[in-house]
Design a protein around this ligand. Structure first.
Ligand code: PLP
Length: 277
């Protein structure tokens, strides 16, 4: 296993970043996670476009078009070319004496690593989830490395033997600690709109497109906390989560054992076809 740091591919114990890196001091950086499936990165273009758009939002001067070539070098070095694996990319603003404002002359730090991982064909998890107040900031559209809010909210779910924590803000269900959330009510699929309160997941976008192509009505409109007890189906989406059926939300049991709803099943089937297209 090797790590990519600023153009060098080295052993993890030799990979070094300054303690004055703004990623370390402020969490001033972004990340991406992509899955290589069947020899290609799943929706690579969309992931890299989201990264570029995030970099633009926080004024980090880095050209994401440089990444595919660097990714190839890394994968070759760790012998994962065309193999099923997960890739983590992190770009921070760079190293400078500590001051809040953006330093004018600064070089971003690029770190990447890849680990072999074969994702299950379909996510077999029947997730139990809890709902919690979304106390994160209001720029959740930025995929930043400062994930303390997500980490604390996820931990609370884990403490309750749950797979995820789904979040609500102003009475509306937004997303989960590391995935997006969808609900099905009377045959219609609902998910929070892509504004500043959620990360617009690539898997979320794919699932919305799948709904449209399957003729399933989909609305980018949030479910309220009160409505949660009335939904017929619910599922989570994310790069490694894929599409995971939710079995229980707080005390509301949607299914018993390994059952799941017809729309969740249909979308999982269609997603599987996309993966191996
Ligand atoms: N929402 C949050 C907060 C996330 O951290 C993630 C993934 O890391 C997602 C949603 C899902 O995004 P994607 O489908 O692009 O992996």
């Amino acid at each position: 296993d090797k790590v990519y740091v600023n153009g060098q591919i080295v052993n993890p114990q030799e990979a070094k970043v300054s303690v004055f890196d703004r990623g370390f001091i402020f969490g001033d950086g972004l990340y991406e996670v992509m899955a290589q499936i069947n020899g290609r990165f799943f929706y690579e273009k969309e992931h890299l476009e989201r990264l570029q758009s995030g970099l633009h939002k926080i004024s980090i001067d880095f050209n994401a078009n440089l990444l595919p070539n660097e990714i190839k070098k890394l994968l070759r070095a760790v012998r994962l070319t065309n193999k099923d694996c997960m890739l983590y990319i992190q770009i921070t603003r760079g190293v400078a004496p500590r001051q809040h404002s953006y330093p004018s002359d600064i070089t971003p730090t690029l770190m990447m690593y890849s680990v072999p991982k074969v994702l299950p064909e379909i996510n077999m998890v029947n997730a139990h989830v809890i709902t919690r107040k979304d106390f994160r900031w209001s720029r959740c559209d930025i995929k930043m490395t400062s994930l303390l809010g997500n980490v604390m909210l996820n931990e609370e779910g884990v403490q309750h033997d749950c797979y995820e924590t789904i979040l609500h803000r102003n009475g509306l269900l937004t997303e989960a600690s590391h995935s997006n959330v969808f609900f099905v009510k009377e045959g219609i699929v609902y998910t929070h709109k892509a504004d500043e309160y959620i990360l617009n997941g690539i898997t979320r976008i794919v699932v919305i497109e799948l709904c449209k192509s399957l003729g399933i009505e989909v609305r980018e409109s949030a479910i309220t906390l009160e409505e949660v007890n009335m939904v017929d189906e619910a599922f989570l989406t994310g790069t490694s989560t894929q599409i995971a059926a939710i079995q229980k939300i707080d005390e509301h049991q949607l299914y018993i054992e390994n059952e799941k709803g017809p729309i969740t099943r249909k979308l999982q089937g269609a997603f599987l076809k996309l993966k191996y297209k």
